[in-house]
Design a protein. Structure first.
Length: 415
């Protein structure tokens, strides 16, 4: 494989991915605009026309921003690779630390993160303080954003830097089979993170308090008992600190599982609706969806690391992507930069799998709570989160991890 062939394939992949994304974006906007005038029949009695039109306008605004963000991302990708950005960064840091030193590679990742953050900052500020603000969802202040950024940077330095150094050391020291060792380290790290994150990291960004509503807690504990589910407690998170969107989730595994409700969710739903939403989430655990995803992630990451193991030995891989120097860090950066473009065509497969899980969880919820309560809860969540009720089917096929609203409600009502 020659450098020119890799360059050609890379540019073709970028063009294909960008064209498909733009086509899907325009399809979504056109479909939502056409159906803006009337609430779909399944929601006529539960969602007002004004709320439906707000969701349509929110979707259209996100679509407009998405087109600009896509172009911004393509420019960034080309500047990093064929534009010589990574090579320039490698050489500049070489004046600070010997390029043969593994910490040079760690510094490369750190510097790239800083530059990437600056590049994406205008879009992030617009999304948070203009787009989300316009539709009444933003609760974040500049002070909160600055604090979150500092905390994230410190966590990356304390946790990410040593992990990255270890991976680079494995790449250099373990021969051609380094990718197997790296895979084992990454799987172990991800499993450990599932335990550590809810206990020590999440509380750095949000406040978690035990659920104080005794009647709701009793109802939830009754559901947990019927389902044979054990957890370390019920917690309320101050999601309203940053956003008006509502949600609920499980975190951790084994004896450390905990249930977390956004305060925005509890302010919206009735106790019966909260129970139904929780029954849906319990369905994911009962069907072992979490562990299925862990297993698939493990298999895919093993295959990708094996591919990187081969590519990192090919000089054309570096020069074809605009880099003259060779190093473990550059191989890792190039691979992780190009990978999203290459994997984009497979997006519908993962979305289909995720939607299948959602249907299974809904079926479990219907067996342990009232289907009508889940329907009304979902209608409120669609309304309060300004989720479009009329997504384009092909756009949904690519991007939506949950079934389209009308189809999902139809399944629940038939149950």
């Amino acid at each position: 494989m020659t450098a020119s062939l890799i360059t050609t394939l890379f540019l073709a992949a970028i063009a294909f991915s960008a064209a498909i994304r733009l086509w899907l974006n325009f399809r979504q906007s056109a479909h939502v605009r056409v159906h803006r005038a009337a609430v779909p029949a399944p929601f006529a009695g539960s969602i007002e026309l004004a709320a439906h039109q707000k969701a349509a306008d929110y979707t259209l605004a996100k679509g407009q921003f998405g087109r600009v963000d896509l172009l911004w991302g393509v420019i960034w990708l080309l500047l990093l690779t064929l534009g010589g950005g990574l090579q320039l960064l490698h050489e500049a840091l070489g004046h600070v630390i010997n390029p043969n030193n593994l910490w040079h590679g760690v510094l490369m990742f750190g510097a790239l993160s800083v530059v990437g953050f600056i590049w994406e900052l205008p879009g992030s500020l617009y999304s948070t303080f203009v787009l989300e603000e316009r539709f009444g969802f933003n609760k974040t202040t500049v002070a909160i954003m600055v604090k979150d950024t500092i905390k994230s940077a410190l966590l990356s330095a304390v946790i990410g830097a040593p992990l990255l150094w270890l991976i680079l050391w494995l790449m250099r020291s373990m021969g051609t089979g380094w990718w197997v060792w790296t895979w084992a380290v990454l799987i172990g790290f991800n499993l450990a993170a599932m335990v550590i994150y809810p206990l020590f990291i999440a509380p750095l960004f949000n406040k978690f308090e035990p659920l104080k509503d005794e009647a709701l807690a009793a109802r939830i504990n009754g559901l947990l008992g019927r389902c044979g589910f054990k957890s370390k407690g019920l917690f309320v998170m101050d999601g309203s600190k940053r956003s008006g969107h509502g949600n609920a989730y499980f975190t951790g595994f084994g004896a450390g599982k905990r249930i977390v409700f956004f305060d925005t969710l509890l302010a919206t739903l009735s106790p019966e609706e909260v129970e139904a939403v929780l029954a849906h989430e319990l369905g994911h655990f009962k069907h072992h969806h979490l562990w299925q995803r862990v297993a698939v992630f493990a298999l895919i990451s093993l295959a990708l690391l094996a591919c990187l193991g081969w590519l990192s030995q090919q000089g054309a891989f570096y020069t074809g992507l605009g880099v003259q120097a060779h190093s473990e860090a550059l191989a890792l950066i190039l691979f992780s930069t190009v990978l999203p473009v290459v994997l984009f065509p497979f997006t519908p497969l993962m979305s289909f799998w995720s939607r299948k899980h959602e249907f299974q969880a809904d079926a479990y919820a219907v067996a342990h709570a009232q289907a009508g309560d889940l329907v009304s809860a979902l209608a409120k969540l669609y309304r309060d989160n300004a989720s479009t009720l009329t997504p384009d089917p092909i756009h949904s096929l690519f991007y939506d991890s949950h079934p389209p609203a009308a189809i999902r409600i139809g399944h629940l009502r038939s149950a």
